[in-house]
Design a protein around this ligand. Structure first.
Ligand SMILES: [Zn+2]
Length: 126
């Protein structure tokens, strides 16, 4: 009943706008048929314009709620993705260090207790 309230507010704004335009045009035609041509024309035009402009705020509110819902959904998704990435990398990323014997750069895979230097072939305790 109150799902997608932003979309419903936007539809409401459109419906109210079109009702206002219809009433303005009908009232204008009624005035024209009674002889007030200029007044009827102004009534139809100004009434339609007022109805259209008057719907901006309601429509804008609906758009704002829709955009906020999208942003919340996206940030939830991003938070879940970050959480999942955290869970798979609990050992941390591979560690880049330098060999204590020869000083050359080496990459020690995460969770490794000891490794051998590929340059000097001596054991390293990360
Ligand atoms: Zn080395």
């Amino acid at each position: 009943m109150f799902q997608n309230i932003g979309g419903k507010i936007k539809v409401l704004a459109q419906v109210v706008c079109w009702i206002g335009i219809s009433i303005s045009i009908i009232a204008g035609i009624a005035l024209i048929s009674e002889g007030g041509f200029i007044f009827g024309l102004v009534m139809a035009a100004a009434g339609s314009l007022a109805s259209w402009v008057g719907s901006f705020l309601t429509y804008g509110l609906g758009q704002l709620i829709e955009n906020t819902d999208i942003l919340v959904a996206l940030s939830k998704k991003a938070a879940l993705r970050a959480q999942a990435a955290d869970d798979t990398q609990q050992d941390g990323p591979d560690e880049t260090t330098s060999c204590p014997h020869c000083g050359k750069p080496i990459i020690v895979p995460a969770g490794t207790l000891f490794a051998y230097c590929p340059w000097c072939n001596k054991s390293i305790d990360p």
